[in-house]
Design a protein around this ligand. Sequence first.
Ligand SMILES: [Zn+2]
Length: 89
Amino acid sequence: MAAATRSRKRDDFYRDRRRRKVCTFCADKTVHIDYKEVNRLRRYLSERAKIEPRRKTGTCAHHQRELSVALKRARHVALLPYAPQHLRP
Ligand SMILES: [Zn+2]
């Protein structure tokens, strides 16, 4: 009863979240993702410095592709971490 209610609420929460999720880059009409925008890109890395999947961030296929390239460029020039060990100086 209580558990059932809670799980239904959680399902609704996820359903709502999925429906509302919009690619932030499309919303901003971003044509090209700049690897130097570190503060923006940082949101797309997980706590373990991994690139977050589309299902979690809602980024569209086109922008996710651009994003992954931008993140990798940022890593290459040491603006973003490759691994969690790099997060702590
Ligand atoms: Zn997009």
